[in-house]
Design a protein around this ligand. Sequence first.
Ligand code: TYC
Length: 106
Amino acid sequence: MSDDGNGNGSDPTILTKTRTRSQRPPLYKVMLLNDDYTPMEFVVHILERFFGLNHAQAFEIMLTVHKKGLAVVGVFSFEVAETKVAQVMDFARRHQHPLQCTMEKE
Ligand code: TYC
């Protein structure tokens, strides 16, 4: 009846905090995987073309993938990540390179 809606009846000495859910959508990491056949310059080109990196940044990430086996190349919404993966996989396939690109929830 006299409840003021604060979640603890009408006792003004009890403070409560209403937990609100974050409205941020989940983000997805897009990763490139190393292989022994895709030319280094092709990977650099992919990073420039589809991820908007400059040549130096693209070369550095390519080398990280080459040395460590994989690297995160960007973090995007689900739809954008899915599009990037599809673009990279399609471009690699059309050039007959075995390059693999995957996505994973952050
Ligand atoms: N390992 C490849 C080579 O030596 C280069 C390479 C780098 C391939 C990154 C894939 O995602 C990759 N030609």
